[in-house]
Design a protein. Sequence first.
Lengths: 114, 114
Amino acid sequence: SQTIHQWPATLVQPVGSPLSLECTVEGTSNPNLYWYRQAAGRGLQLLFYSIGIDQISSEVPQNLSASRPQDRQFILSSKKLLLSDSGFYLCAWSTGQANTGELFFGEGSRLTVL
Amino acid sequence: AQSVTQLDSQVPVFEEAPVELRCNYSSSVSVYLFWYVQYPNQGLQLLLKYLSGSTLVKSINGFEAEFNKSQTSFHLRKPSVHISDTAEYFCAVINTGTASKLTFGTGTRLQVML
């Protein structure tokens, strides 16, 4: 069966520090991968979308970046965090072919920037 | 492009009472529709989905939703809620047969009270 894991689960970082959130998927090949952010009291905002290694689309301009060094690994990064980067970050995957749009989510990473 | 509207940001209800969470979508083509549930500090889990066939779809924990094409709605209902149903519920839509991505509503917080 397929599983998705992301870490760390909780992170407290000072403004201006770097960020790295990791996500891995097991049990499937060539998945589409996604990073979403959920700010307090708001819905889901799609940040990045990837259909393959080194094929990443940015949905919203910001100081975050994403990389996909391996087929089932997706990393969210920042060189210098802002207060507004605080939120709950969710990684998700979907099938690469015959895609009905159904997403499978990780457990989430809560980032607090102080 | 598709869009989703969840008009109710919060729905308080007493335990064992019925509940309806509203979802309306907008799309110029046929769609797939989803309801996801998010328990506190967790990722999203698929609750139920409509891809084709019967317009009434059901989950294993008593929720159901009906796809109404003429009203472009996919409301979520449960005849008798339990305290454990307290969570955030997200409606989502994707255009069929395209490379489009899932679009989420802003979510409805269901608060079940004793």
